[in-house]
Design a protein around this ligand. Structure first.
Ligand SMILES: NC(=O)c1ccc[n+]([C@@H]2O[C@H](COP(=O)([O-])OP(=O)(O)OC[C@H]3O[C@@H](n4cnc5c(N)ncnc54)[C@H](OP(=O)(O)O)[C@@H]3O)[C@@H](O)[C@H]2O)c1
Length: 164
């Protein structure tokens, strides 16, 4: 199981239940990596997606405490452990895709983090990812050259969990 996200320079990932950046090449990469696999997300992240709909061509697992919650095209887990029990956590095609609370509770179970690190900050961001550079169990195993889109520069990083 891996995590996938985009973060600003200060590790911010969201504001007012929206993404901070909409970068075409990053979105394309997200689609290529996750299509055909399983994505796990919190209820708020689902609600941030277009039409509040699960992602097509992927198995979607939504984490919520709400026992009444159903959504066509998605499976529901009522706890992090329940979500983990629904997948093979050793598989490379299971993706934790946010948001902040779900990353925080599942990060230690992820083997890799696929991070898009944007060389910018956004004022008023309200959701953050842990700073992996300050956590000794995470090491960078690859990083791309910078990509520049609409004047914004970003790189793809792959971090590996030394504990898994
Ligand atoms: N930059 C990126 O790559 C990226 C990716 C994804 C999301 N985001 C951003 O992250 C923000 C959303 O993050 P968030 O932390 O506010 O919300 P979230 O993690 O997407 O969802 C939070 C919800 O998940 C459910 N939940 C969380 N832990 C649970 C548990 N242990 N058991 C049962 N249910 C649980 C709860 O739903 P109920 O309230 O229904 O119980 C909770 O309110 C948005 O701004 C979004 O755009 C950014």
């Amino acid at each position: 199981m891996n995590a996938i996200l985009s973060a600003a320079q200060d590790w911010a990932i969201g504001k007012d239940n929206h993404l901070l950046f909409h970068l075409k090449e990053d979105m394309r990469r997200f689609r290529v990596l996750t299509t055909g696999g399983t994505v796990i997300m919190g209820r708020r992240t689902l609600e941030s997606l277009p039409g509040e709909k699960p992602l097509p061509k992927r198995r979607n697992i939504i984490v919520t405490h709400d026992r009444q919650f159903t959504r066509e095209g998605a499976e529901v887990a009522h706890s992090v452990d329940a979500a983990l029990n629904m997948v093979d956590t050793t598989a490379d095609d299971v993706w934790v895709m946010g948001g902040g609370s779900i990353y925080a509770s599942m990060l230690s179970r992820c083997k890799k983090v696929f991070l898009t690190r944007v060389d910018a900050t956004v004022e008023g961001a309200d959701t953050f990812f842990p700073n992996l550079d300050k956590l000794s169990c995470w090491k960078i195993v690859s990083q791309s050259e910078p990509i520049v889109e609409d004047g914004v520069s970003y790189r793809f990083f792959e971090y590996r969990n030394r504990n898994l």
